[in-house]
Write a protein that binds this ligand. Structure first.
Ligand code: AMP
Ligand code: GLY
Length: 422
């Protein structure tokens, strides 16, 4: 069987690596991929522009691709899955309409209210003046969110009215996020502990994946700017059995049913970003994809076949699919380029040691191959991921692996996993 994975990050390296382990899979193509996917056994990169849906389809036909897995949100929101499915290519991921859960904050907040899903109180605005007036009526801190996709940068936590005014100015007047900032959501600031709940969903059927938690802030102790995630671990102790059920009952089921009622049933990875406070639960956001870096530790723990799981979802057979997890814990530490999540340099030469040891994997993210050398090409460059009998052991092995990597300007958080050990 031939598989195509769309994307180029650490998540896609993990999806491709895991797919390649399936005995029925002879080749995995990644479009556009990174140096990690280029070097992986049974995996190769394809340089097609993923905005060119027809070119992606032609490649699928030519290579007899039997499953496409779409990693990132942009092609999902843009309708790549709809296009490939219309052309009879088996594709795992939500339709553009269902991906609006991530593609538009206004859509998702209105959806939460309509279907009784717990979330922060909010108001939405499509112009500066009415948003500014609203600031007079609320308490601080507050959270200003650009409506559309903004590569994880569109959420601004504002401690004072002045900060909120600056955020609105940058969104509406300076158009910092372009069309993604055509409207905003302003919502109550929530306190508590964040957790990621990720599941494979097909219409009204769900297989929750192993629980996980990521570390969003750039600095140790959760200080500094928010990033896409500086590391993650699985399982997450904050999601105990009772909380797990509560999330399914109060968040996932009403979301799946709501999407069916709206005429856009969900297929794909569905990721709820949650705030948990004293056993109470609120949804911060939905992502219409697997998390990055959550994918890396979660897939290291997955014993079953990812390919068969995706196919079962597409064929509406999730009911009969038995998913199996390693009892071990996993920890993934992101190694990033100095300056990330703001400006950083690229094309720095990387050195790292390859290892084939079980339960240890250096996933590439922002890397590329140039004249057979690995160079940095993004803000998050690697995710050093390891299994251990407990989180401490997984953490210690992941940090040993981090030590084997070097490039100019490399930095990483020193406390990934501590939240879970505490
Ligand atoms: P989002 O993309 O909406 O998940 O926001 C990104 C990050 O901003 C979240 O992971 C939280 O750390 C933070 N955040 C978003 N909304 C809120 C909120 N209402 N209260 C507190 N923090 C928030
Ligand atoms: N790690 C957070 C995300 O994937 O959005």
């Amino acid at each position: 069987m031939h598989i195509l994975v769309i994307g180029s990050g650490g998540r896609e390296h993990a999806l491709a690596w895991k797919s390649a382990q399936d005995e029925s899979v002879s080749e995995v193509f990644v479009c556009p991929g990174n140096a990690g996917t280029a070097l992986e056994n049974k995996v190769s990169n394809v340089s097609i522009n993923i905005d060119d849906f027809a070119a992606v389809k032609d490649f699928c036909v030519k290579k007899n691709i039997e499953l496409v897995i779409v990693g990132p949100e942009q092609p999902l929101v843009d309708g790549l899955v709809d296009y490939l499915q219309r052309n009879d290519i088996k594709t795992f991921g939500p339709s553009s309409a269902a991906a609006q859960l991530e593609g538009s904050k206004t859509f998702s907040k209105d959806f939460f209210v309509k279907y009784g899903i717990p979330t922060a109180t909010y108001a939405a605005f499509d112009n500066f003046d009415s948003a500014k007036d609203h600031l007079k009526k609320i308490q601080f801190p507050t959270v200003v969110k650009a409506d559309g996709l903004a590569a994880g940068k569109g959420v601004i936590i504002c401690h004072t009215e002045n900060e909120a005014l600056a955020a609105l100015t940058s969104i509406f007047k300076d158009q910092a996020f372009g069309v993604a900032g055509a409207s905003v959501v302003i919502e109550d600031f929530l306190i508590g502990e964040e957790a990621s709940f990720i599941a494979v969903v097909s219409k009204d059927k769900i297989i929750p994946l192993a629980t996980s938690q990521d570390h969003k802030a750039v600095g140790d102790g959760d200080v500094g700017l928010n990033t896409g995630g500086m590391g993650a671990y699985s399982p997450a102790p904050i999601v105990d059995e009772k909380m797990h059920q509560k999330i399914i009952d109060e968040v996932m089921q009403p979301t799946m049913q709501g999407l069916i009622a709206e005429g856009s049933p969900y297929l794909g990875f569905l990721y709820a970003g949650l705030m948990i406070n004293n056993g109470e639960l609120k949804v911060l956001e939905f992502n219409c994809r697997f998390g990055d870096p959550e994918t890396q530790p979660i897939l290291l723990r997955l014993k079953s076949s990812l390919v068969q799981l995706c196919l079962a979802a597409i064929e509406d057979k999730l009911d009969s699919y038995q998913i199996e997890w390693s009892k071990q814990h996993a920890c993934g530490v992101v190694i990033a380029s100095q300056g990330y999540p703001e400006d950083y340099s690229k094309n720095n030469k990387v050195s790292f040691q390859s290892t084939n040891a079980d339960g240890i994997k250096l996933f590439h993210a922002g890397t590329k191959l140039h004249n057979e050398k690995v160079l940095t090409s993004g803000g998050r460059v690697f995710c050093a991921t390891a299994l251990g009998k407990d989180l401490q052991e997984a953490q210690s092995k992941a940090y040993d692996l981090v030590e084997s990597v070097s490039f100019d300007g490399a930095f990483y958080r020193k406390d990934i996993g501590n939240k879970g050990i505490r």
